[in-house]
Design a protein around this ligand. Sequence first.
Ligand code: FAD
Ligand code: UDP
Length: 382
Amino acid sequence: MKQYDYLIVGSGLMGAAFAHLAHGAGKRCLVIDRRQELGGNIRCERVEGINVHKYGAHIFHTSNERVWRLVNDLVPFNRFTNSPLAISEGRLYNLPFNMNTFHQMWGVTTPAEARAMVERQRSEALQRMRAEGATEPRNLEEQALLLVGHDIYHTLIKGYTEKQWGRPCQSLPAFIIKRLPVRFVYDNNYFTDSFQGIPRGGYNLLISALLEGVETRTATDFLADRAALSALAEKVIYTGPLDEYFHYTLGHLNYRSLRFEHEVLQEANHQGNAVINYTDSSVPFTRIIEHKHFEMSPQEVEQTPMTVITREYPSEWTEGTEPYYPVNDERNNSLAAQYLELAKREPATIFAGRLAEYRYYDMAPVIEKAFSLAAAEGLGDH
Ligand code: FAD
Ligand code: UDP
């Protein structure tokens, strides 16, 4: 018998959530990570008493009661309602696209006026598409024009998206923008889910709670010592990059990377909101995060003298940088599908998570995935 039932490669939310369920079902687990610290991209660093989301702002949101219960049983969550703003040419707009945005953009005050503006611009886009013989939006630009029309597309979407993805909107898949809600009420709540929040005390507490009682090793790269590490366990749960696992034999998958520029400021309140997007192409970063707003009340914000902000600069992924977002265009999707075929031929390895499945996953769906993996592995009632 081997020493462990599961070797879990990666201590991000995917690895940690699966380890929690497997350990709870009495399985012997070893979690390894090549970083110095556990937690993957939800890891925070405490600076001046503020939890800094050092790999990008993370807001947990779900309508799945079971997922919400699991995380809240481990660490109680606050109610943080994500209401980002966007800035273009010095003017602020509320997101997601709602009556506040339409008022700021066009001066309209009623839903009927706003609908009329959006409809007029939508139908112009639709006519153009039809004249070219298209029945469905063929790319992100067309999807955006059909969703909100020309003005919002050019002020709030085009520049931001092209910075974010490093490609013209015309060559990006439409689905990226389908996530953005459009509504004709005055409501700046970005998410439509029933539950949203941040763990009280930060995400590191969630990771520690998920991994409580589980053996872990940091600074341990699976791929550098694959044979010996695999030999320790009956099965491997691999949450690292899919193409790297196969030594890039079919070619490299593309990722978008990010560079985070953190800055500590001697002021209580820098921008008055957790997230402000910079949508103009002339500004090199996409957003500024002010971390204290995630966990502090407005009074606490004013009573603490320092703040920490992060500017987020998107960049192309190159070897040695962190892969953050899979680029789900046709080339990459088809290459990922070929790698996933190879993965099926590895019966003792399960590929799970954002990098190993090469798909965009929010945190709650990652936990749902852990539930379904646990069920497939026969680990208790999942
Ligand atoms: P990761 O967190 O990337 O963990 C993978 C781990 O595997 C890493 O720690 C890595 O070091 C380790 N690893 C890789 N290869 C090896 C190896 N060979 N050996 C050992 N270890 C290895 N989701 C939300 O729900 N809300 C948000 O607001 C949100 N914001 C986001 C913002 C940004 C900028 C990004 C990039 C993502 C955001 N997400 C958000 C998504 C969220 O980060 C993911 O759902 C989640 O982190 C996925 O967890 P994971 O374990 O699959 O991947
Ligand atoms: N987006 C945009 N302008 C904004 C915010 C978002 O055009 O001010 C688009 C952009 O294409 C982005 C997508 O919406 O890639 C999803 O953005 P969101 O912030 O929801 O997701 P994330 O950046 O966290 O992946």
